[in-house]
Unconditional design. Structure first.
Lengths: 469, 348
């Protein structure tokens, strides 16, 4: 009998994502979580006094909050062994040549400087706990657009940051929001003045190199009335034998008639616990578009939330999740309609294989004031073998009569007939299966920026390699 | 009794939504009076003593405490249909008193059983009607259960129902839920047998402060098993509906199919509709679909009927009745169908 080729995820070469640098830093906080560590982080970052109060209050909330009973098993995550703050050996630069060679090489391999030259209006690059590079095109600066790291924003635009800081994701929201409030570091700040259209995307890339560390970046984007911007976020980390933690927070404020597109590819290594929170509030006539790809991590809990507070506000969510061996990816999205004539479309696809679990968890809430609201949700799940798991857990709450709502979900596997047909056309079974998977996620990949769509296809090929048994 | 958590979701979700269960207390006085009439072939009906073991000892019902208390205190009826027999059983519950009862049906191989379940009546004060139905449906047997709930709006109505299906067992459940103040309905259907099949249709109509809290778990264990859940109804005033439907495809349920659809017509801005249609899947060779929709009466239908001379109120009556009537028409008992239709017309 011919030997079957089976991929072991632990042995899988994730290419550039798994290349790790030497673990070097200019400062590292002790592992664990104590008031002393919080004070050290605060002092190290030279933050205003109110931020220390905020951090300490968040720690207090973290200590008294329970882990939610519905999330996947995270018993492998031991906060006592997590380094919450690892400052890289370089301060933030505005020129790649000034970034140390090994760190620059990492971002080179990820294609960030190249993308900056060809298709981005601004770039931020975070390495472990701090942003090491930031740039923005001059013409945008002239129009009043601010794109910088959150620490710089806290010093140079303190009033704006303070006004919005963790108002959408208060530390009381859940345990990981409280943790984030206590130990946050790094992240991006974007401010787009009223009426300004930023036609070329801005991109921040978050790379966690340190073993056993946490990354807690905070992203704040404010899109003023009538403005428009596309923000791209990328995340990755090399694989280690110890657990890493990502508990970032993304707060997006889309004002009246403004538009924000927020695209993400999360490609963490499979020792990562990704407990991230993303939230957006949308004003009258405004639009938020989420495009999301979740591939990596051991456990993910990620549910971008759109709060439609203004009349005629619109939310669009397009997401794909791919869970392989040993992965439990609990992802989805939440939409809350709070105003009349609000609309939302959710389109989610998930794939599970080799014992991985892909869970769609969603919320669609139409409040009493959201008359004439329209909402559609579509979830499709594909299972590639009989040892994987795929669950759909949606909640639909309607509190007024004048709505139009539809929800559909499907679970199934690749059709044998489709594989057979492709094989009769001379395509191998493996390629036929990969083609069908790529076709399944095509509605999502076409929404991604080109280089991310290519990255997603590469990831799918990587995940599918040798999976035909 | 202190507050209990009814109809817990098999896989909880975001806690702040407060939809993982429904908290409630058992209502009504403690004294129990039997007011249950069971009609049918005396040879197959016998007494079910207090404390009789459950067909599935792990079944928790709408609430574990409430079910255990019921099993330990209530007498009931055992119905044993012999192999290849054809039987019809009628059950009438008159809620002129507090009711606590059990019905255990064992339907042997190749037998056919039809159960007509009718509930009505009530008291001026709030009281509780609680009962536990168990169906053990053997290979190639067929069961049809038609239930009509026309209870007064003072009644707290709790039904626990468990079904075990063996190979090729075929079960059809029809519920017409119109009465009751608080209705907690918990259905768990265990499709253990190969090619077993179950279809469960529920029509409901709520007004005033009525609550319909429906939990349904279709557990697919057998190969080529088939399930279909269809709930449809309308809510007016401050009525509330929660539907927690779960299709659970277990490992080994090869070539199984399941579908669930929840459709709710919202007639007033003060109603509340909660829908949690879960799909859990550990088997790749299955087809699972779910759909949920909520909305107003179709304006085109309304316009058409009004253009034919009906007033807006009359047109709405026709549309709501036409939605529910196909299910009522399947009851098959003219008197009960008429009573159900009258109740529908009085409510809209």
């Amino acid at each position: 009998m011919e030997e079957r080729k089976k991929t072991q995820v632990a042995d899988m070469d994730r290419g550039v994502y798994d290349i790790k640098n030497n673990f070097e830093y200019s400062y590292i906080a002790d592992a664990g979580l104590t008031e002393e560590i919080i004070r050290e982080i605060w002092a190290n970052k030279n933050e205003p006094e109110w931020m220390l109060d905020f951090r300490l209050k968040s720690l207090e909330i973290y200590n008294r909050m329970e882990i939610p009973n519905w999330i996947p098993d995270i018993s492998g995550l031991d906060m006592e062994n997590i380094y919450t703050y690892v400052k890289p050996k370089v301060d933030m630069k505005e020129n790649w040549d000034e970034v140390p060679e090994d760190i620059k090489s990492t971002f080179d391999r990820l294609g960030i400087p190249e993308a900056e030259k060809t298709s981005l209006a601004g770039v931020g690059a975070q390495y472990d706990s701090e942003v090491v590079y930031h740039s923005i095109q001059e013409d945008l600066v002239k129009q009043g657009v601010i794109y910088t790291d959150i620490e710089t924003a806290l010093h140079e635009h303190e009033e704006i940051v303070k006004k919005y800081w963790m108002t959408l994701i208060p530390p009381t929201d859940h345990k990981w929001a409280a943790l984030h409030g206590a130990v946050w570091s790094g992240g991006s700040f974007v401010y787009v003045p009223a009426g300004v259209q930023v036609d070329i995307p801005l991109q921040s890339y978050f790379r966690l190199n340190a073993p056993g560390a946490g990354q807690f970046e905070h992203t704040m984007i404010i899109v003023e009335e009538g403005a428009k911007v596309h923000f791209i976020e990328g995340c990755s980390a090399p694989k280690y034998d110890v657990s890493n933690l990502h508990a970032g927070a993304v707060e997006l404020f889309v004002k009246d008639n403004a538009t924000l597109r927020y695209s993400t590819i999360e490609n963490w290594s499979k020792n990562m616990y990704n407990l991230n929170t993303k939230r957006c509030v949308v004003g009258k006539g405004g639009t938020i578009e989420w495009v999301s790809g979740s591939f990596g991590s051991r456990v993910s809990c990620l549910y971008p939330m759109s709060i439609l507070n203004g009349e005629g506000a619109h939310a669009e969510f397009t997401g794909v999740t791919f869970a392989g061996e040993g992965q439990f990816l609990d992802t989805g999205c939440k939409v809350v309609h709070n105003a009349p004539y609000t609309t939302s479309n959710v389109n989610s696809k998930s794939i599970s294989k080799s014992g991985g679990a892909a869970i769609y968890r969603g919320l669609l809430k139409i409040g009493p004031k959201a008359e004439h609201a329209k909402a559609t949700v579509s979830c499709e799940s594909l299972m590639l073998d009989e040892i994987s798991q795929s669950d759909t857990i949606p909640a639909i709450i309607v509190e007024n009569d004048n709505v139009d709502l539809g929800h559909e979900a499907k679970i199934g596997r690749i059709s044998d007939e489709a594989i057979f047909y492709l094989m009769t056309r001379g395509i191998s079974e493996e390629e036929a299966r990969a083609m069908l998977v790529r076709g399944f996620v095509e509605p999502i990949s076409k929404e991604l920026p080109l280089e991310y769509a290519v990255e997603m296809n590469n990831l799918i090929n990587l995940e599918l390699e040798g999976s035909i048994g | 009794m202190s507050e209990l958590l009814f109809n817990e979701l098999p896989r909880p979700t975001f806690r702040w939504l407060r939809v993982n269960h429904t908290p409630a207390s058992l209502l009504g006085e403690s004294e129990e009076t039997k007011s249950v009439l069971v009609k049918g072939n005396d040879a197959i009906i016998s007494e079910l003593p207090t404390g009789t073991a459950l067909i599935n000892p792990n079944y928790k019902g709408a609430n574990d405490v409430a079910l255990t208390q019921l099993v330990n205190s209530a007498e009931g009826y055992a119905v044993h249909v012999p192999a290849n027999a054809n039987e019809i059983v009628g059950i009438r519950i008159d809620a002129g008193a507090r009711i606590a009862s059990r019905f255990q049906f064992i339907v042997e191989e190749g037998a056919n059983l039809e159960v007509q379940f009718f509930l009505d009546g009530g008291l001026a004060n709030t009281t509780n009607v609680q009962y536990f139905n168990e169906y053990d449906v053997k290979a190639n047997a067929k069961v049809v259960v038609k239930k009509v709930n026309l209870l007064d709006d003072t009644i707290q109505h709790i039904e626990h129902r468990y079904t075990k299906l063996e190979d090729n067992a075929d079960v059809e459940y029809i519920n017409v839920e119109i009465g009751g103040k608080e209705n907690f309905l918990h259905y768990e259907h265990d499709l253990q047998g190969q090619s077993s099949k179950i279809v469960h249709d529920i029509a409901y109509l709520g007004n005033k402060e009525q609550k319909f809290d429906i939990a349904m778990l279709m557990s697919h264990g057998g190969k080529k098993s088939f399930s279909d859940i269809h709930t449809l109804g309308a809510l007016s005033d401050t009525a509330k509906k929660s539907f927690r439907g779960t299709l659970d495809f277990l490992r080994g349920a090869v070539a199984s199919e399941g579908a669930e659809e929840d459709t709710c017509l919202l007639l007033d801005p003060t109603v509340k509709s909660i829908s949690l249609p879960l799909l859990l899947c550990k088997e790749d060779n299955v087809v699972g679909n779910h759909a949920a929709s909520a909305g107003q009466i179709d304006q085109n239908k309304l316009f058409y009927l009004m253009s034919r001379g009906f007033s807006e109120v009359e047109a709405k009556h026709i549309i709501v009745e036409s939605m529910i009537r196909p299910i009522i028409d399947r009851i098959g008992d003219e008197v009960i169908e008429k009573a159900a239709l009258t109740a529908v017309r009085n409510k809209i």
